[in-house]
Design a protein around this ligand. Structure first.
Ligand SMILES: [Zn+2]
Length: 618
């Protein structure tokens, strides 16, 4: 746990951890908690009586907080928090305040599992209902669900030679994370131990054993578990990419969540090597080859969530790259729902959505999607093709690589090893009687010419380009060497897009400091119309304290009207084209973004970071 996480520990900073001699000691019992709740005016006499009648029947192995949390109590009173359902979490927070200790909701990704497992054994943790969550040179922070049972603290202080600071956490979280953290720490240790015995080369031998279906030994099982844990956590945290990065002393594991990387765990290099070997094996990659970049693919199954969320197939694309300290592995996780996403899920505004639907209903022509890597171009194209794919049309793609398999399309992958690039693939595909074609990317004149030929012979062609904005795509095609008259004859629309993080609905707050003038300034020379109701990022457990959860597309759509085509001539005047496009209804990316700010969906910082300024675009 780092500084950031400590800052989230609510309540006053570390008061004396041990209650005085007169205070009650030992395990929490429901009668005491009931009396305290009554004393604090949180429950009434009738509730207290109801609880007693229910619990008196017999003892329970459940923690007193969990038992009370299931009793359906509601906080009395008129002040803030009244009417709140007193579930286990709410009661934990209350109890922390009652004991004058900070309350902590454990964030598993912020806990350095390897280090905290050294503080106490799993048996000790389970017995004391306590779990170390952070170890620094200055202190050990231990989460407990038994704030009155603190006799063990002196033992741990002696063992770690550091002061112990207690925080109070939900007993259910403690139980779950104690099991998980210690299982994980054991797996890492087992993997590390076998690495120390015979050097990292031995992992290849272990993995080879797996290949011949012989039984794996216990040490290898450690690696298997660490990899399973890694994927499970990545899915739970909605990560889009997992990075395994060998560094000088340690291996760093990082997740990309909503476009931002978070370091989640550090493992010894030998363990990381073993993890990489296992993942490569599962991805049918050459495990021995470490000097060349490789790629592969894994299909795995996401287990059903504890909250009842459905399991499903998850596809991951793997790529390795030799770096100074070893082989770096990146796994890109493809959301199985990405292909079945409907157009309406892309986050088009009403204006762009209607124009896009008209555009893709045209029988032939070229439609381009532009934006930097990771701006969601493929997601847009898949959703669009999916909306067009019907029994009576042949939808073909040539991609590098195929990101998601969609049964409604005929998908082909570029294979540079046998000289089948986009242009060659497209040529072959034209003999396959296609109606709608998607070319992964137009990178060269040969591909551009094939795409134009396809459009001229009555096909609808989709592709992508790397340009800053929509008008830039027309310029780029001309730069590649496509004659302007052919651009004008075939390109019917260009969609420029970006992704912006959207505010976490659970914690966002009204931003009264952001005025309409500021928003108008951001989109000058444009002006906003309609109401302005901006929100700001706050941060809660739901959004990993970033204030954002999920991302939405920002779009700029250029449709080429007859008048706009006039601007596409040998002396291509991109300014004139832009002016005409605006007359035809183009709204720049930033304007679309700021409209989402005004609607309270994202923030101005997020939009400014992700979009070019309107007057500079072009
Ligand atoms: Zn939040």
């Amino acid at each position: 746990m780092n500084r950031q996480a400590l800052a989230r520990v609510a309540g006053p900073p570390a008061p004396p951890a041990r209650p005085g001699a007169a205070a009650p000691r030992g395990r929490l019992e429901w009668p005491l908690l009931r009396a305290w709740l009554r004393e604090d005016g949180w429950i009434g006499a009738d509730d207290a009586e109801r609880v007693a009648a229910r619990f008196r029947a017999g003892p329970s192995s459940l923690h007193a907080l969990v038992r009370l949390g299931g009793a359906g109590l509601v906080r009395l009173g008129a002040g803030a928090g009244s009417g709140r359902v007193l579930d286990t979490e709410a009661l934990t927070e209350w109890l922390a305040g009652r004991c004058k200790l900070p309350y902590l909701r454990i964030d598993p990704l912020r806990v350095d599992v390897g280090r905290v497992a050294d503080v106490m054994s799993v048996q000790y943790a389970e017995l004391r209902r306590a779990l170390p969550v952070s170890v620094t040179p200055a202190e050990v922070v231990v989460a407990t669900a038994e704030p009155l049972d603190t006799e063990w603290v002196a033992e741990i202080e002696a063992h770690t030679r550091r002061p112990v600071r207690l925080v109070v956490a939900n007993p259910e979280d403690l139980r779950r994370y104690t099991t998980e953290f210690y299982a994980l720490a054991r797996s890492v240790r087992a993997a590390q131990k076998s690495g120390e015995v015979s050097g990292s080369a031995s992992f290849e031998q272990l993995v080879e054993l797996g290949r011949t279906n012989k039984a794996l030994d216990a040490n290898d099982q450690g690696v298997v578990q660490v990899v399973d844990w890694l994927w499970q956590y990545a899915f739970d945290q909605r990560a889009s990419d997992i990075h395994l990065e060998p560094r000088r002393d340690m291996g760093a594991i990082r997740f990309r969540i909503d476009g931002v990387l978070h370091t989640v765990y550090q493992v010894p290099l030998a363990v990381m090597n073993a993890m990489t070997s296992r993942i490569k094996l599962l991805g049918r990659m050459d495990v021995v080859e470490k000097r060349r970049p490789l790629d592969g693919r894994i299909k795995t199954r996401r287990p059903e969530g504890a909250d009842g969320s459905a399991g499903g197939e998850v596809e991951m694309r793997l790529s390795t790259l030799p770096t100074a300290f070893g082989e770096k592995l990146v796994m890109r996780i493809f959301d199985p729902e990405a292909t079945v996403k409907g157009l309406e899920a892309l986050g088009f505004g009403e204006h762009e959505g209607a124009l896009w639907r008209q555009l893709i209903a045209r029988p032939h022509g070229i439609i381009l999607v532009t934006g930097p890597t990771g701006s969601g171009k493929t997601t847009t194209l898949y959703a669009t093709l999916k909306s067009l794919a019907r029994e009576e049309v042949n939808v073909c793609t040539i991609e590098d690589p195929i990101e998601m398999i969609e049964p409604a399309f005929n998908q082909t992958q570029v294979q540079t090893a046998i000289d089948m690039g986009f242009a060659e693939g497209l040529r072959a595909l034209m003999r396959q009687d296609p109606d709608i074609i998607m070319v992964g990317e137009i990178r060269d004149l040969a591909t551009a010419e094939m795409a134009i030929q396809a459009a001229l012979t009555g096909h609808l062609v989709f592709s992508t380009l790397h340009t800053n904005d929509a008008v830039g795509a027309v310029t780029r095609l001309a730069d590649l060497g496509v004659p302007p008259y052919l651009i004008a004859a075939t390109v019917i629309g260009v969609l420029a897009q970006r992704l912006a993080r959207t505010l976490c609905p659970a914690c966002k707050a009204r931003d009264d400091g952001l005025s309409r003038d500021t928003l108008d300034d951001a989109v000058r020379p444009w002006r906003l119309s309609g109401g302005v109701r901006p929100y700001k990022a706050v941060g809660c457990l739901e959004c990993r304290h970033t204030g954002y959860r999920g991302r939405a597309g920002l779009y700029e759509l250029l449709t080429l009207s007859p008048a706009a085509r006039q601007a596409i001539h040998p002396g291509l005047d991109s300014e004139a084209l832009r002016r005409q496009a605006v007359k035809d209804g183009l709204r720049p990316l930033r304007l679309g973004g700021v409209m989402k700010v005004a609607a309270g969906l994202t923030t101005l910082e997020e939009v400014l970071r992700n979009t070019p300024s309107p007057e500079m675009a072009g």
